[in-house]
Structures are given as C-alpha cells and as structure tokens.
Design a protein around this ligand. Structure first.
Ligand code: S3P
Length: 175
C-alpha cells in the first residue's frame, strides 16, 4: 500500500483522462501512466492491433495485468485508465484500494465531438461514434459509479479547468 494514494482517472473515451492526467501529474510532480500505453508497450502492438489480431478478451486480460501492476507501485502515480478498465470488478477493487478514483463524466454528445472519427479506438469503428458512445454511456454508468470516489462533470470546461477541479477534489480527499 502506498502512503499517498494514486490519482486514478476513469471515464469514457474522449473524457480527457490522458490530457487531464498529464496536467495533474505535472502539478503534483509525480509520474503519469496511461494503461493503454502500458498495454501497448507490453504487447509490442497498438490497442487497435491487439483488438484485431487477438480480440477484445485478450486486450482485457493484458489491461487487467497492467492495472494490477501499476496499482501496487510504491511510488504515487497519476493513472489514466482506458475507458473499459472500470468494467472489471477486480480492476475496480484494486484501483479503489490503492487510489482515489475520479470519474471524468461528460455528455456523450460532447465526447463524440472530442473523439472525431474514432480512429484508433476499435469500439467506435464501423458506425457513428456518437451513437456508440451514447450506448456505452448508458451501459457503463453503473460501473463508473461503482468505481468512483469522486465524480467531476467536465461538460463545457476547458482541460485546465477540469484538471484544477480534479486536483482540488484529490487534495480534499487526502486532507
Ligand atoms: C476502450 C477505451 C480505449 C482503449 C480501448 C477500449 C473502452 O481507451 O482502452 O480502445 O473500452 O472504452 P481510451 O478511453 O483511453 O480511449
């Protein structure tokens, strides 16, 4: 168990987890990790390649290993989670145990604007990203809610403002 809990960001694709996470990591002077990038590093393949050659269950297994590993890092981290991380009960448990979990919540319409064509995101391929994000938002809301210690609503806010809110919540949680 780390002395200071990790700052963990969850939420749908396009929620700003990586960009906000990097800002928060700089402000807190601690390392930033992104579960998608670590999966890619470990697999030697992109997320899209893993989905297409090995399938989603293989990606989720790789993701679970990364989440378990980073959660027990003795150094406090800022962790940006892939959008599906919080669906897994083991992931939720280990992240909540070792971190303060912040759900970056956003309206699917706004998320769709941010992800554009959805390129590089296998779950958004082959149809309208907006429709897919709306479906995912409904399906995943209970899991995000169960995972989160804190919810930050990001609609209409610039990245810097979201990062400030996240840091405020995180510091309050640790106080
Ligand atoms: C996924 C989100 C992606 C990536 C993969 C699956 C999801 O990460 O892990 O494409 O299930 O929501 P981002 O949320 O960082 O785009």
């Amino acid at each position: 168990m780390v002395v200071t809990p990790h700052l963990v960001l969850i939420g749908l694709m396009g929620a700003g987890k990586s960009t906000v996470g990097e800002r928060c990591a700089t402000a807190l002077a601690r390392p930033f990790v992104d579960t998608d990038r670590l999966v890619e590093l470990n697999a030697g393949a992109t997320v899209a390649e893993i989905f297409s050659t090995q399938g989603e269950p293989a990606f989720r297994a790789l993701e679970r290993t990364v989440v378990a590993d980073v959660s027990v890092s003795p150094e406090s981290l800022v962790i940006a989670c892939g959008g599906g991380v919080a669906l897994d009960p083991d992931n939720r448990r280990v992240l909540r145990e070792h971190g303060v979990v912040v759900w970056l919540r956003a309206d699917p319409v706004e998320l769709a604007l941010r992800v554009g064509s959805g390129a590089g995101r296998p779950l958004l391929e082959g149809g309208s990203p907006a429709t897919k994000l709306e479906r995912l938002a409904v399906l995943r809301e209970p899991a995000y809610e169960a995972a989160a210690h804190v919810i930050v609503d990001t609609d209409g806010l610039a990245i810097g403002a979201v990062a400030d809110l996240v840091l405020e919540e995180y510091r309050t949680w640790n106080a």
